[in-house]
Design a protein around this ligand. Structure first.
Ligand SMILES: N[C@@H](CCC(=O)N[C@@H](CS)C(=O)NCC(=O)O)C(=O)O
Length: 211
């Protein structure tokens, strides 16, 4: 078993998709929750190559940039499409998710809750409808986002929809939005959870975070 260590703040944000992929695969790893005080030392040690987190130590390598790390893990674990076309379907969804994540993180870090509400009123519904249309493109929306098995695209959308709309702490408030704009996405999220006991265990026992 590889010796895997993830360094990220105690947020979901850009670290949780990586945690989810590792838990889905059932890997043991050190989940180092970095404090703001620890960050300078991580930088001077050279571990945080570009000065930011997440950083993943794996296979004797030190990886940075959340999407590149997620891509590396998915390729390593067989959660990455093989055809050029399917790589496109997966990658474009990862980028689509990045757009809404950036807006969400910006709104949250502004400390102005009205900005978050505005995002959920004005942009998230359309984002959900478009994600649903993408899901329906493949197998009528009754399988995965790309081809016949779970891939990077599924993890990217799942982290966003689960952490910010469907997890226990959010579902009363945001669940109805998902149900009305993207009913198949709701079923797909359940399907994803059903397919990994280790991810379910992690999600049921993790600390509830808002960010
Ligand atoms: N493009 C980078 C962005 C990384 C990033 O913005 N990291 C933030 C936390 S989400 C960070 O390290 N902030 C601390 C700082 O910049 O001082 C990625 O996706 O990994």
């Amino acid at each position: 078993m590889s010796d895997i260590k993830l360094h990220y703040f105690n947020y979901y944000a850009r670290g949780e998709m990586i945690r989810m992929i590792l838990h889905y695969h059932g890997d043991q790893f050190t989940d180092h929750r970095v404090t703001v005080e620890e960050l300078p030392a991580l930088r001077t040690s050279g571990l945080a190559e570009f000065g930011q987190l997440p950083v993943l130590e794996i296979d004797g390598l030190v990886l940075v940039q959340s999407r590149s790390i997620a891509r590396y893990l998915c390729q390593k674990f067989g959660y990455y499409p093989t055809s050029l076309e399917n790589c496109y379907w997966s990658e474009s969804l990862l980028d689509f998710r990045e757009d809404i994540l950036n807006e969400y993180l910006k709104a949250k870090s502004s400390g102005n809750s009205e900005q978050v509400e505005k995002l959920f009123e004005e942009k998230v519904p359309d984002w959900l409808r478009k994600a649903e249309t993408r899901l329906e493109r493949n197998n009528g929306g009754n399988g995965w986002f790309v081809a016949d098995s779970i891939s990077l695209a599924d993890f990217a959308v799942f982290q966003t929809v689960w952490d910010y709309m469907l997890c226990e702490a959010k579902v009363n408030r945001r669940g109805p939005l998902v149900a009305s704009c993207a009913p198949k996405l709701r079923l797909w999220a359940d399907r994803l959870l059903e397919s990994s006991a280790s991810l379910r265990h992690y999600l049921e026992t993790r600390q509830v975070l808002d960010f």
